[in-house]
Design a protein around this ligand. Structure first.
Ligand code: AMP
Length: 173
């Protein structure tokens, strides 16, 4: 796990002063690190009845699509406002820096569908809390919210009470 952690590059003061940005591109571009990270995130869900992985735009797609392929299930996209072509439901959320709106197709989820949510970094938890809200509105059964990395000092888990949360790599900030 130490090796994987070392593959993530910290960029201070990006995109604004005070943010310690976790650049995962250095892990993604290393074949064995990317494969190992996806294996560890996906294996825990083998044979548990997961029906789909929900990926959050954009870096969540890189985790979620590979996990879904590994699990032999489909992938559902949660995207920034205005990107999905069919009818959507949406939720607004606050970021560590700024505000945004996420959308999902209104027919993407069958009631009771067992899904795993995937993203790269759990920071303040606002993003994934909004996604969990969207998924619950559509009747999904969220098995777990699964992250490559978690910034533990930002206490994102506090916004995800009642959800199972897993992160492969932990950083203080
Ligand atoms: P949050 O809603 O604060 O949990 O932010 C989560 C989303 O913003 C994730 O999809 C990350 O890609 C991105 N993000 C927020 N803070 C950081 C950070 N310090 N380093 C890298 N990505 C971040």
């Amino acid at each position: 796990m130490k090796e994987l952690k070392k593959r993530i590059r910290n960029i201070p003061d990006f995109p604004i002063k005070g943010i310690q940005f976790k650049d995962i591109t250095t892990l993604l571009s290393d074949p064995s690190s990317y494969q190992r990270a996806i294996d560890l995130m996906a294996h825990r869900h083998f044979n548990k009845g997961v029906e789909s992985v929900v990926g959050i735009e954009a870096r969540g797609f890189v985790m979620g699509a590979a996990m879904a392929y590994k699990l032999g299930v489909g992938v559902i996209l949660v995207r920034k406002a205005g990107k999905l072509p069919y009818r959507t439901v949406s939720a607004e959320y606050a970021l560590e820096y700024g505000k945004d709106r996420l959308e999902i197709h209104e027919d993407a989820i069958r009631p009771g569908m067992k899904v795993v949510v995937a993203d790269d970094v759990l920071a303040t938890g606002g993003t994934v809390a909004a996604v969990a809200d969207l998924l619950k509105r559509l009747g999904a059964d969220i098995v777990e919210c699964c992250f490559l990395a978690e910034l533990t000092d930002l206490r994102g888990r506090d916004k995800l009470k009642g959800q199972k949360v897993f992160s492969l790599l932990k950083f203080k900030e």
